[in-house]
Design a protein around this ligand. Structure first.
Ligand code: FES
Ligand SMILES: [Fe+2]
Length: 439
């Protein structure tokens, strides 16, 4: 008798599908979307080039001639503010022999000199000159300006870029995500959001879409973040996020498919009335003393001020790379098919006393340090699991065709129970549109 071959019961390894539509079914996606380098390379051109990609926040360019190094897919980009205050996004790629020009994360510079052979460019991308031009028989400077992200637009401080001349306006692209972004921004009394200079960066060995799959996922918290929830529930029944640990679909939380690949997970119905977001936060050192002090100093405004110390209670995912989680801006930066960097930027807000921003910062230290490693461990383990070629499909069928879960509103937004995987199904629709080259 031979050794039983357990694998023979699994699907035989099949020829890779050929058309993009073959990778995505109504209820599942093919593993190769997460494992194949050739697909990743094409995504970097078609997804991270042809739709609006989040680049930076205006507050990161505080004065004329400020710059910031970012990425648009794999393209290194310098976002600059010129001396007149106009924002540009240029390729960080010398037009001589391709070296990156700017190797700093941020700063102030009117021009950039390439460290390799000294070509110099203005922060608008224009070539100022090349050393010893007599060495060129025929040299028209204007042909060698830096490549530019052809369209750069800003929505209330959020700067996006696209290489697609036919893309809709940024406002149209944000579409039904706009009111949610407005809510997030308008928690600041004057709508002023400031990104602080430092960032919390984490790299994981997994595909970039694993982070996007997770941001709107209301199914995982009670399992992935069990230790966090247990700690919270030891301190009371309704502390922040512990509501995920019961039967989340029976509650009032919801997931909304907003169109264009965007989605939002709304936790706000767990809270009622001014002060309740603060009231239900996880423990923080000094919070009792802090609350007393705020109530004494600002008796008429204390509930509102305390609530903005805590997170916004929404997870807003703006396809393909911007996630607003709590009070933080998280950017997904793909590095390779199985390597990704996540950058978390904490924010402060204008129009509130300094001590509110200090406490807000303490809140923002909590989840990236304590919860995010749970998620990233799972991203890496999914990537490891995906190494089984015989098991081809990843499911995203939770909520599909379940009676009474989904509600369609007039503007096309679909609202569903919080553990519905509709956020995945809807962004894969947008992914497919882009990969098929539809404008
Ligand atoms: S590569 Fe930049 S000057 Fe040569
Ligand atoms: Fe999570």
């Amino acid at each position: 008798m031979g050794i039983p071959n357990e694998l023979s019961e699994l699907a035989p390894v099949q020829q890779a599908p050929k058309r993009w539509d073959d990778y995505i079914r109504r209820d599942r996606v093919h593993r190769e979307l997460y494992t194949e380098d050739r697909i990743f390379q094409e995504e970097m051109i078609k997804v991270f080039g042809q739709t609006w990609v989040y680049l930076a926040h205006e507050s990161q360019l505080p004065e004329p001639n400020s710059f910031l190094s970012v990425r648009m897919g794999l393209r290194p980009i310098i976002v600059t503010k010129d001396r007149k205050g106009v924002i540009h996004a240029v390729f960080n790629r010398c037009s001589h022999r391709a070296a990156t020009l700017c190797r700093e994360e941020s700063g102030v510079a009117k021009s950039f000199q390439c460290p390799y052979h000294g070509w110099t460019f203005r922060n608008t991308g224009e070539l100022v000159g090349a050393p010893w031009p007599q060495g060129y028989a025929d040299f028209d400077k204007s042909e060698f300006d830096l490549g530019k992200v052809s369209r750069v637009e800003t929505y209330r401080g959020f700067i996006f870029g696209t290489l697609n001349e036919n893309a809709p306006t940024l406002e149209d692209h944000l579409g039904n995500a706009r009111p949610w972004l407005d809510y997030w921004i308008d928690r600041a009394p004057e709508g002023e959001v400031i990104v602080n200079s430092g960032a919390h960066r984490m790299g994981y060995r997994g595909n970039w879409k694993l982070a996007y799959d997770n941001a709107g996922d209301g199914y995982h918290p009670s399992f992935s973040h069990r230790s966090l929830l247990e700690m919270a529930s030891r301190l009371g029944d309704s502390k922040d996020m512990s509501y995920f640990g019961k039967t989340p679909d029976d509650g009032a939380m919801s997931i909304h498919s907003l169109g264009n690949g965007h989605s939002v997970l709304d936790q706000r119905p767990n809270f009622d009335g001014p002060g309740s977001i603060w009231e239900n936060q996880r423990p923080q050192p000094g919070r009792e003393w802090f609350e007393e002090m705020i109530r004494e100093k600002y008796p008429d405004d204390a509930d509102r001020l305390l609530d903005v110390c805590a997170g916004a209670q929404i997870n807003l995912s703006i396809f393909p790379n911007l996630l607003l989680i709590g009070n933080q801006i998280q950017v997904i930066e793909p590095l390779a098919v199985d390597r990704t960097q996540l950058t978390w930027n904490a924010t402060t807000i204008g129009g509130v006393p300094d001590e509110i921003n200090t406490m807000r910062m303490r809140t923002q230290e909590d989840f990236p340090a304590f919860g995010e490693p749970d998620d990233q461990a799972n991203f890496e383990e999914v990537q490891r699991g995906l190494a089984v070629p015989e098991a081809e499909w990843i499911l995203m069928n939770r909520g599909l065709d379940v009676e009474d879960w989904q509600e369609l509103s007039e503007n096309g937004v679909i609202k569903s129970a919080v553990t519905d995987e509709i956020h995945m199904r809807s962004y894969y629709g947008e992914w497919l549109r882009l990969m098929n080259g539809e404008k």
